[in-house]
Write a new protein. Structure first.
Length: 228
C-alpha cells in the first residue's frame, strides 16, 4: 500500500550539491532521496566531510541544491517567496546547528525568545516558553548569560531550547550532543526524543555515535554522496 502524500512532512528528491574548491568541483551530494513521515525519527551517520551538515542545510532551505527539490509539508521550498521563508521555517522546523550560531550580543533567554518572535509569538508568550524550555534543559540559572560566558555544553543546550521553542514539526539536529559529557549527552538525547514524541515531530539526528543512532526508528548512512 502506498503512503498518502500528506503523511510526508518533509521530502527531498534527486538532491545534488557540489562546491568549488579552487578550480575543482567537489560533488558532496548526488541524487539524494529522503521522505520523512510525521513523528519519524531518523539518524544520519557518515564520515567527516561526507555531507551531513550540507544535507541538513538543504533540507532547511538555508542552502539551495544544484539539482532536486526540497518539499516542506507538501510545498516545494523553491515556490515559497524568499521573504516568507524565515517566518515559515521558524514555525515549521527547528535546527540545532553543529556550531550553534547563537547571537553573541544576546543573552540565553533573548536568544531563545528571538526564535519564537520570528515565528510570530507575542513577547509575553515567547518569554514564558523560552523560560520553560531553558529550565527543562537545566539552564534556569543562566538566563542572563551571553554565549561567551557559557560553557560549550551550555551553548549547545541553549541552541536546543531555541530549536524546540516553536514545537516544530521537524527537528534537524546536527551532532546536538557533540560537546557534552556522556551523562549530559544521554540526558539531552532523552529530552530530544521525548519532546519529538510528545509533539509527534519528526527528527533527523546527525550523530557519529552508534549507540545514539540505534535509538532512532530509521538509521541512514551518507556514503559517497548518497544516502543508504
Ligand atoms: N560553503 C562551502 N564551500 C566549499 N566547500 C564546502 C562548503 N561547505 C561544505 N563544504 C565541503 O563539503 C564537504 C561536506 O561538508 P559537510 O560540512 O556537509 O560535512 P559533514 O559530513 O557535516 O562533516 P563533519 O562530520 O565534519 O561535520 C566537505 O568536504 C566540505 O569541505
Ligand atoms: Mg557537519
Amino acid at each position: 500500500m502506498s503512503i498518502p502524500e500528506s503523511d510526508f512532512i518533509l521530502q527531498a528528491s534527486d538532491l545534488s550539491k557540489s562546491y568549488k574548491s579552487g578550480s575543482r568541483d567537489i560533488q558532496v551530494l548526488q541524487d539524494v532521496q529522503i521522505s520523512v513521515m510525521r513523528g519519524q525519527t531518523i539518524s544520519i551517520r557518515g564520515e567527516s566531510g561526507s555531507g551531513k551538515s550540507t544535507l541538513l542545510n538543504l533540507l532547511a532551505g538555508i542552502e539551495i541544491p544544484d539539482q532536486g527539490e526540497v518539499v516542506w509539508n507538501g510545498t516545494p521550498v523553491s515556490t515559497i517567496a524568499e521573504s516568507k521563508r524565515p517566518g515559515i521555517r521558524a514555525s515549521y522546523l527547528g535546527f540545532v546547528f553543529q556550531s550553534f550560531y547563537l547571537i553573541p550580543e544576546l543573552n540565553t533567554l533573548e536568544n531563545v525568545v528571538l526564535a519564537a518572535r520570528i515565528a510570530g509569538k507575542s513577547p509575553k508568550e515567547a518569554k514564558s516558553l523560552a523560560e520553560h524550555f531553558l529550565e527543562e534543559l537545566g539552564l534556569a540559572e543562566r538566563l542572563q548569560s551571553r554565549p561567551d560566558q557559557l560553557s560549550g555544553g551550555e551553548r549547545q543546550r541553549t541552541a536546543i531550547a531555541r530549536a524546540l521553542i516553536n514545537k516544530p514539526q521537524v527537528l534537524l539536529a546536527d551532532e546536538p550532543t557533540g560537546n557534552l559529557d556522556e551523562k549530559t549527552a544521554q540526558r539531552v538525547l532523552d529530552q530530544l526524543l521525548s519532546v519529538v514524541e510528545k509533539h509527534q515531530a519528526a527528527l533527523l539526528l546527525v550523530t557519529h555515535l552508534a549507540g545514539f543512532a540505534s535509538r532512532t526508528g530509521t538509521q541512514l548512512h551518507l556514503e559517497d554522496g548518497r544516502l543508504v
